[in-house]
Ligand binder design. Structure first.
Ligand code: ZN
Length: 196
């Protein structure tokens, strides 16, 4: 196979990238940005071979312990469990949370062969013993599997944690109640809090 064809095929490992898009990207790099292409290749090689999972939170990092877990200014009373590294980025970009994280890289899904071992739930239990947080925030997604994962976690942790909370899933800011679906409204009501 010619190099160009191989590269067009290789780009299709990316989600949402098919034959046409891949061709366009490869030709673009060849015609207009060879340096950018070379840099991309170099970074891909280095990233794929050097990035591992943090020994404390399982988030991606090239260091044994990630930047968040090594940050002395973080609040050790809070540990937030999320499904993906993208969720950590979302919370970090939103601001307002200064505790630690634990990344599952998935959710319980027996049909797909994803069980407690695949999610590293033993590691979560170990991390809880080490950190001794006051509150465990279960921030898995409000899907059937995300809810089941959150429920399962409540079953395996010991009672050293004072509080286990679930993030509220409610009406999106700036939207109106009449347009929210039933599941969202039910969650919004269940997650209500006292304001006076
Ligand atoms: Zn970490």
């Amino acid at each position: 196979m010619a190099l160009i064809d191989e590269l067009v095929k290789a780009f299709q490992v990316l989600p949402g990238v098919g034959q046409k898009t891949s061709q366009r990207m490869v030709l673009h790099l060849l015609q207009r940005n060879r340096n950018g292409g070379a840099n991309l290749g170099d970074l891909l090689v280095r990233t794929m071979s050097n990035v591992r999972k943090c020994s404390k939170c399982q988030n991606f990092t090239e260091d044994p312990i990630c930047r968040i877990c090594s940050d002395a200014n973080r609040d050790g009373a809070l540990l937030c469990v999320v499904e993906s590294a993208a969720d950590v980025l979302a919370f970090e970009q939103a601001g307002g949370y200064n505790g630690f994280y634990f990344v599952l890289h998935g959710r319980l899904s027996p049909l797909d062969g994803v069980g407690p071992d695949e999610l590293g739930l033993d590691e979560l239990v170990r991390r809880i013993k080490e950190l001794r947080p006051k509150e465990l925030v279960l921030a898995t997604n409000p899907t059937v599997e995300g809810e089941a994962t959150a429920h399962y976690i409540t079953q395996i942790i010991d009672d050293s944690i004072e509080k286990v909370s679930r993030i509220a899933h409610g009406v999106p800011l700036g939207s109106e109640i009449e347009y929210a679906d039933g599941g969202t409204l039910t969650h919004a009501l269940q997650g209500r809090r006292t304001i006076s």
